[in-house]
Design a protein around this ligand. Structure first.
Ligand SMILES: Cc1cc2nc3c(=O)[nH]c(=O)nc-3n(C[C@H](O)[C@H](O)[C@H](O)COP(=O)(O)OP(=O)(O)OC[C@H]3O[C@@H](n4cnc5c(N)ncnc54)[C@H](O)[C@@H]3O)c2cc1C
Length: 239
């Protein structure tokens, strides 16, 4: 296998056109490659500046999970810190987690930030939404968002060999129509999201969220969501 290390978006585009498959830290693909055979060419974006950026409102697709720090909102930082083991976080990347894994702990966090994605296609880079990135398994160059007023992430403890632990992510944004609360959960392998105005406080926001996909959760998980939203809206930044 030839590992290509492009240093710019246009070099990455060339590698892509020549059939190089994207690879992050290989934490997921390595076992499959050893079993089924290696691709002729793979491409890591670790030398492409757009894919390794960490800045307010920006996170590159090749950023390694354990490098995600206070430059990004708490919800995304905590999501990255909750992934697997230290060894997985030292090698696994944002793109590998969001596009390549089934657990996708970063996805609820990215959804509540209302993040947009810059993806690379054979014709060049363009911006799109996360739903399209996941559906079409696009090559993720970077994520972009507007920083929220505040945000938080919680992952429940899981049982070894059991279903994926329940995850809830929340962020409060200030928009033209006042404050709004975005919530997203991972329930099993399914990710559900909802948005509600929250100027009038947690009870009204929760009533409105009941009418979104998040409102379909069972009573135990709804209670986790209720507590998460209530704690988030009680933060000094919101009042
Ligand atoms: C022991 C263990 C525990 C784990 N626990 C968790 C957990 O708690 N929560 C969780 O969410 N995940 C968990 N995972 C999965 C983890 O998220 C992934 O292993 C990791 O994020 C994959 O990143 P990677 O860079 O190594 O991907 P790779 O293995 O390099 O690639 C995986 C796939 O993603 C594709 N890919 C890589 N980069 C990009 C890109 N920029 N754009 C598009 N596609 C890309 C590759 O082509 C490949 O198909 C766990 C994994 C292990 C091994």
């Amino acid at each position: 296998m030839l590992l290509r290390l492009p240093e710019s978006v246009s070099e990455a585009q060339e590698c892509m056109a020549q059939g190089a498959v994207p690879v992050g830290g290989a934490t997921l693909v390595w076992a499959g490659w050893q079993r089924d055979g290696f691709p002729e060419q793979a491409m890591s974006l670790r030398n492409v500046p757009e894919a390794t950026a960490i800045a307010p409102g920006t996170l590159g697709g090749a950023v390694v999970l354990n490098r995600i720090d206070e430059r990004v909102p708490e919800v995304l930082r905590e999501a990255a810190a909750s992934v697997g083991t230290g060894a997985v976080r030292r090698a696994g990347t944002v793109g590998g987690n969001l596009v390549g894994s089934t657990l996708r702990c970063l996805l609820p966090a990215a959804l509540v930030l209302d993040a947009r994605a810059t993806v690379l296609e054979p014709e060049g880079a363009r911006e799109t939404d996360l739903a399209e990135v996941l559906a079409k398994q696009h090559l993720l160059l970077s994520l972009h968002w507007s920083d929220p007023v505040t945000s938080a992430y919680r992952k429940l403890a899981g049982e070894a060999g059991g279903p994926p632990p329940f995850v809830v992510a929340g962020a409060v944004h200030r928009g033209g129509e006042g404050l709004c609360l975005r919530l997203a959960v991972r329930d099993g392998y399914e990710v559900l999201a909802g948005t509600a105005g929250c100027d009038a406080g947690p009870e009204e926001a929760l009533t409105a969220l009941r009418d979104t996909a998040v409102g379909t959760l069972n009573d135990d998980h709804w209670e986790v969501v209720r507590q998460h939203a209530t704690d988030l809206l009680a933060r000094p930044a919101v009042r």
